[in-house]
Write a protein that binds this ligand. Structure first.
Ligand code: ISE
Length: 333
């Protein structure tokens, strides 16, 4: 069975998804692409002969040639597009965040509950990264004892001009929020954002340090620095009672030359998480005929947005902010 996917948003991530779906994922065909920028749309469609262009994303969602939708448009459009998909019971994989507002996330959850069916997957791709998967497996195995602290580093070489200080949390730190919940199997209770001296190389408050106080007083500490200049660098070390579990640097080779040993960083997340993106898309496509879900659910998307909202409160006030969650519905047990 071939799943016919319609892609909304042909920007950096959308174009990458089209490339990966067309070259590295089986059982799928991209049949439609939509983007408000006519040139970008034409270019993406030219590179993917199976796809038809759509000016209006809502027409794409309704089109009979589209079995499932992949949303990779700007963050603030996610909620409305996902709601349009679930309104007509079309499965959708939405890039993170699920929605910029908690209200929209709750509407998605309410619709899935009414249908008693999960249709939404959220693109928190780190859940498919072999390093984080192994970190979780080793923790769950129990040999290292209980998790106490998780140290995280999330650095981008440079941020696009539209990046704002709140987006360091809503667009970048949401990955740490989601992966901490995934690895530790605990919810976040409180968030504190600390703002160190800012880099002179950006106009916004960058870096920011995000502290997540999780259930059982496990603490996650994440440095988010989106103009770090030297490359894309994501690290994590989980400190447990009897040892630590650390992600190893993901480069293929270390070069020894002219009295130095060195390796290269990826320019951005597409190369660093290439395996994770491919595995996420393959798992999504494989699960669609059975209605099975393996990635982050609408509930996970809601929680990440709710924790990020507490982070924004803390960023504005300089104080710790409590995370308030609605009760978890049985559909997401
Ligand atoms: C970007 O949107 C991503 O999702 C990347 O994974 C993240 O590292 C980056 O900071 C975000 O801006």
């Amino acid at each position: 069975m071939i799943i016919r996917v319609g892609l909304i948003g042909a920007g950096v991530m959308g174009a990458e998804h089209v490339r990966v779906l067309s070259t590295a994922v089986s059982g799928v065909e991209v049949t439609a692409v939509s983007d408000p920028d006519a040139d970008r749309l034409a270019k993406t469609v030219a590179a993917c002969p199976t796809a038809r262009p759509f000016a209006d994303p809502l027409d794409l969602i309704r089109d009979k040639s589209v079995d499932a939708v992949l949303v990779a448009s700007p963050d603030q459009t996610h909620g409305a597009l996902v709601l349009a998909c679930v309104a007509i019971e079309k499965p959708v994989l939405c890039e993170k965040p699920l929605a910029a507002s908690i209200d929209e996330c709750l509407k998605v959850i309410a619709r899935e509950q009414a249908l008693e069916r999960r249709l939404v997957t959220v693109g928190y791709m780190r859940r498919f990264d072999p390093g984080y998967v192994e970190m979780k497996r080793r923790l769950d195995e129990g040999e290292l004892g209980a998790a106490l602290v998780m140290h995280c580093i999330h650095r981008n070489a440079t941020a696009p001009p539209f990046m704002t200080a709140p987006m360091l949390i809503l667009n970048s730190a949401v990955h740490e929020i989601d992966i901490a919940r995934f690895v530790l199997g605990r919810e976040v209770e409180r968030v504190t954002v600390v703002t160190p001296r800012k880099t002179s190389l950006a106009a916004i408050q960058d870096p920011q340090i995000v502290f997540l106080e999780m259930e059982d007083r496990v603490v996650v500490e994440a440095e988010i620095f989106v103009n770090a200049q030297y490359g894309y660098d994501v690290r994590a070390e989980l400190v447990c009672e009897k040892g630590t579990i650390m992600l190893t640097p993901p480069h293929d080779v270390t070069v020894a030359h002219a009295t130095r040993e060195s390796f290269s960083f990826s320019g951005d997340w597409r190369a660093r998480f290439a395996h994770a993106y491919r595995a996420e898309l393959q798992a999504w496509v494989d699960g669609l005929p059975r209605g099975a879900q393996s990635g982050a659910s609408a509930w996970d998307g809601y929680v990440a947005t709710a924790v990020a909202a507490a982070g924004l409160k803390s960023l504005a006030s300089g104080q710790a902010a409590e995370v308030e969650l609605v009760p978890r519905p049985g559909l997401y047990a």
